[in-house]
Design a protein around this ligand. Structure first.
Ligand SMILES: Cc1cc2nc3c(=O)[nH]c(=O)nc-3n(C[C@H](O)[C@H](O)[C@H](O)COP(=O)(O)O)c2cc1C
Length: 193
C-alpha cells in the first residue's frame, strides 16, 4: 500500500488569536479527512534573525532553520495561511522561507521545496480577505519550485466569521476550507501516481 501523503501546515502569523491559524485548522481537517497526515508547526518555535549575508557568512544557518528545513524536506507539501500586511504576505514567512532556501553544508538535499505542492489561504478583518498577499505568496513559492494548486481561499471580515475558539460560524467557509485541504491531498496523490 502506498504511504500516506504528508503535509506540513503553518501560518504566517505568530499571534496567539490569529485568524489565519484558525483558518488553517479547518484546511488541516479537510486534508486529514481525505487521508493525509498533517503536522502543524508554529513559526514561533523556529525563531530566526532577519536574513543577513554577513551573519550567514560568520555564523552559518540558524539552528532553527536547519531543524525546520529537515521537516520541510520530509513533507510532500504545505498548507500555508498568511495574513496580509500592506498588500503582502507576512515578513516572518518571507524571512523563514529565505533562510530555508539557503544551502546547508553537507546537506545532500539542498532544496526542501522542489517538487513539493502547496495550498495557500488567508483570513483578514478587511474586505478582501488577504487576497492581494496571496498573489505574492504564490509567486514566491513558484520561484522556489513549489507547485501551488489553483484553488485558494480568502476569508474577509474574519473578526465576524470566526468564534473566539476558531470555529467558522459560516458553514460555507468551513466547507471551502476543508475542500482546499482535500484538494491539495488529491493533487499530491495524483502527482505521485
Ligand atoms: C502592519 C499591518 C498591515 C496590515 N495590512 C493589511 C492589508 O494590507 N490588508 C488586510 O486585509 N489587512 C491588513 N492588516 C490587518 C491584518 O489582516 C490583521 O491584523 C489580521 O488579523 C492579521 O492576521 P492574524 O489574525 O492571522 O494575526 C494589517 C495589519 C498590520 C499590523
Amino acid at each position: 500500500m502506498a504511504r500516506e501523503i504528508h503535509f506540513l501546515a503553518f501560518s504566517g502569523s505568530t499571534r496567539a488569536d490569529s485568524f489565519n491559524r484558525m483558518l488553517l485548522s479547518h484546511a488541516i481537517r479537510g486534508a486529514s479527512l481525505r487521508g493525509a497526515s498533517v503536522i502543524e508547526i508554529h513559526l514561533n518555535y523556529f525563531p530566526m534573525p532577519l536574513y543577513d549575508g554577513d551573519l550567514e557568512a560568520a555564523e552559518g544557518i540558524p539552528e532553527s532553520a536547519i531543524r525546520l528545513k529537515a521537516l520541510f524536506a520530509g513533507a510532500d507539501g504545505f498548507l500555508i495561511a498568511s495574513p496580509e500586511y500592506n498588500g503582502f504576505f507576512s515578513g516572518i514567512l518571507k524571512n523563514t522561507l529565505d533562510w530555508l532556501s539557503r544551502p546547508v553544508a553537507g546537506d545532500s538535499a539542498p532544496t526542501p521545496f522542489r517538487g513539493k505542492v502547496a495550498a495557500i489561504m488567508a483570513a483578514s478583518p478587511g474586505g478582501l480577505g488577504g487576497a492581494r498577499g496571496l498573489i505574492q505568496l504564490r509567486a514566491l513559492l513558484s520561484n522556489l519550485q513549489v507547485t501551488v494548486i489553483p484553488e485558494q481561499l480568502t476569508i474577509p471580515n474574519a473578526h465576524k466569521v470566526f468564534s473566539p475558539e476558531g470555529k467558522l460560524m459560516d458553514k460555507q467557509f468551513e466547507a471551502k476550507a476543508r475542500l482546499l485541504g482535500a484538494a491539495l491531498t488529491a493533487f499530491a496523490e495524483k502527482l505521485r501516481g
